[in-house]
Design a protein around this ligand. Sequence first.
Ligand code: DHB
Length: 367
Amino acid sequence: QEAGETARIGLILPMTGPFASTGRQVEAAVRAYLRAHGGSFGGRRVEVLLRDDTGIAPDITRRLAQELVVRERVRVLAGFGLTPLALAAAPIATEARVPMVVMAAATSAIVQRSPYILRTSFTLPQATMPIADWAARNGIRTCATLVTDYAPGLDAERAFKQRFTAAGGQVPLELRTPLRNPDYAPFLQRVHDAKPQALFVFVPSGEGAAAMKQFAERGLREAGIRLIGTGDLTDDDILNDMGEPAIGVITSHHYSAAHDSEENRAFLAAYRQVAPDARPNFMAVGGWDGMHLIAEGLKRTGGATEGDRLLAAMKGLSWTSPRGPVTIDANTRDIVQDIYIRRVERRDGQLWNIEFDRIAQVRDPGT
Ligand code: DHB
């Protein structure tokens, strides 16, 4: 690459369609990062080329990735809102020898699909194990599971059951809701009738409010069934709209907008500059950290963008994220991070995920 040329980053996200909130969150965070840190790293100016893959068609994601590397000569592929979309792009990254930074998708196996993939989001098993342990330690003996029926949901279902039953718990009912146009009511009615002590839920970002509404309307709380889950359920993007039924829900996750740190305050301030009316969620922090990883990689190569060099420069990096300390494991290329146990509480008239316990430096158990 010539001196003076920009380093192009192909950012592929669902900007329209049912998962547009993920695209909006990640894109705003990437823009916020560049605005807060200047657009040049290692002397190389960065240029972001945003593409909307609509969130539901892997072949579109694959075609966009192909066009970006061949025609636009991007030096990094980034984004990837859902697992099937990340999997579709993986062979393109391998073939083109272009690093691929997964900022959102969270199925464990993704990083194994290409040696060029690095991940700054999280994995479902990583986020699920701590809440399974918490449930077993806090007097819950029977817990049903309800997950969205695709790869990350199956990861969550498996990790929860394995961990919870190993601690002596029982999973009497395992339910899977469709990814497209889900209706949670009949599933929650079955949970109501089975009367477990608790229900564990994983639904993708954006779906939590609908699941929460049906949990309340079916009377599960009155029936004494506790609601727990990964933090995808009590997503900061929509948490405030959930109202009363969300209060007291316990989840485990890697990021809460209420996280108390200098780095998080700086992130919130930078995000506000770009999206004044929105609260960043766990998707946004994946985008911010993904951009940070690329920026630090460029600094380490002195601005060189040759794929294998840039990849090597990004492997093994550690930093203090708005979520807490993180490392991109040099061997697995996956993120190692603290997972927090949080309770939804009302503070100053707003709902927040308040962290009250922390499990340090959790790795994905699959890698
Ligand atoms: C995935 C998507 C989500 O919105 C989420 O919250 C977790 C995982 C995914 O498709 O990998």
